[in-house]
Each structure stands twice: as structure tokens, then as C-alpha cells.
Design a protein around this ligand. Structure first.
Ligand code: CMP
Length: 225
């Protein structure tokens, strides 16, 4: 267990060390291999998960086998709360992008913590509010932004979580294939690749397999607006 990573999770927000240790002790541990599916959209299962290490992608499938990625989560991030608060099938499929270690919390355990600890309730409400905000932004971008704008936004979002600032720029080891990046942006692989190649030609980014370096963050930010 890595308590520092766990403490970043909204579930632990505002908890004193002792309560955080007790909550952590009530959680199970789960390891996934790269590519392993944790649950499918539509499954009936209501555990809550916190990512300790690795990356998890949350996706939905549309008609004709098309996939859309709603989010890629990393250490300290949590998922699976919708089925807890709004009992029903899983709203996305969760797949390990890399080898992952997760902590799990059973529904009944969580309910016990929610009744006794307003700070845990507030942490979870904070996450729900942040997800709704982000989902609204994504919808607005799909309507108002062009694909290069959405690509720029996706790169900045990945950089925020997985970026490592060095002398030559922000290295973002996202671990995603070009197809997955396109699914995250919500456009075809060809259009997304064209936008990425254009950014690279302009010297804003450097492309590497499953990673990207943001050389000129300001220009990427401007393109995202
Ligand atoms: P649940 O529906 O139980 O299982 C799938 C989980 O994916 C869901 O809970 C949320 O935790 C997470 N999820 C669903 N939609 C989004 C989204 N738009 N952004 C981030 N996470 C999401």
C-alpha cells in the first residue's frame, strides 16, 4: 500500500491519519495485467476502486464497434462511484492500460463510512461535481471545438496528471496507442494523427511511442482555447 497516493483520493479527503488508516485497512487490493478488463459496461457490480499505480481507461462502445474513451485515470484517482450512489449497471468498461494496482471498497463498507463521516461524503460529492463539470466541458468541446483544439486539450489534461517537467519540456508518458488517443478525443485516428503531426511540425510537441513531450506548452494552451 502507498498511503500518500491513497490520501490523494477524494474518498480520503479531510480524514485524519488514524481514520485514513482504518479506511485503508477496510479496503482490498487487486492487481491487473496490462489489457485486462476489470468490468464491462452494463455489469452489475458496485465496488468502489482507487488507483494506486498504473493507468485505467474508462470507455463505452457505440454502434459498429466504435469505442469512446471517457477518461484515463492514474494514481490517486477513484472510479465506480456511480453504481454505488445510483444503483444500476456499470456506465463504462474499465480496462487496465498498464499493469495496475487498485484498492477496492465494498458497497456496504462504504455505506458505513458515509453514515459516520461527513468528510468522506464531502470528498465524494466533490468528485461527482468535478466529473459533471468536466463532462459538461467535454460536451461543449464536441459541439464548439475543432479536432485540433480537442487534441490540444486532451494533451494538456494528460500532462496535468502524467506529465514530468524537464529542461526540454513536459514529458507525458500516457501509455496510449494512437487509436486510444483518438478514442479519447472522440474523432477518427486519421484526423487526430493529422493534428498531432501538425503540432509536431510547428515545434509545439515531440511525438514518441505512447508518449509525447510538450515543448511549447503556451502554444498548445492557446490552441486548446
Ligand atoms: P460506475 O458507473 O459504477 O462504473 C464506471 C465508472 O466510470 C463510473 O461509475 C464512474 O466512476 C466512471 N465514469 C463514468 N463516466 C465518467 C466520466 N465522464 N469521467 C470520468 N469517470 C467516469
Amino acid at each position: 500500500m502507498d498511503p500518500e497516493v491513497l490520501k490523494k483520493a477524494p474518498l480520503f479527503a479531510g480524514l485524519e491519519d488514524e481514520a485514513a488508516s482504518a479506511l485503508s485497512a477496510a479496503m482490498g487490493t487487486l492487481k491487473l495485467n496490462r489489457g485486462q478488463v476489470l468490468f464491462h459496461e452494463g455489469d452489475a457490480e458496485d465496488r468502489l476502486y482507487v488507483v494506486v499505480s498504473g493507468k485505467i481507461k474508462l470507455g463505452r462502445s457505440g454502434s459498429a464497434g466504435r469505442e469512446n474513451l471517457l477518461a484515463v485515470l492514474g494514481p490517486g484517482q477513484m472510479f465506480g462511484e456511480l453504481s454505488v450512489f445510483d444503483p444500476g449497471p456499470r456506465s463504462t468498461t474499465a480496462t487496465a492500460v498498464t499493469a495496475c494496482e487498485l484498492r477496492t471498497l465494498e458497497h456496504e463498507e462504504l455505506t458505513g463510512w458515509l453514515t459516520g463521516r461527513p468528510e468522506v461524503v464531502l470528498g465524494l460529492l466533490g468528485q461527482l461535481a468535478a466529473r459533471l463539470r468536466r463532462a459538461n466541458d467535454v460536451v461543449a468541446d464536441l459541439v464548439f471545438s475543432d479536432v485540433p483544439g480537442r487534441v490540444a486539450k486532451a494533451l494538456l489534461d494528460l500532462a496535468k496528471r502524467f506529465g514530468d517537467t524537464r529542461d526540454d519540456g513536459v514529458h507525458v508518458h500516457h501509455d496510449l496507442t494512437q487509436e486510444e488517443l483518438a478514442q479519447l478525443v472522440g474523432a477518427s485516428r486519421e484526423t487526430v494523427n493529422k493534428a498531432l503531426a501538425d503540432f509536431a511540425t510547428r515545434g509545439w510537441i515531440r511525438l514518441e511511442p505512447r508518449s509525447v513531450t510538450l515543448i511549447d506548452v503556451e502554444r498548445v494552451e492557446r490552441r486548446a482555447r
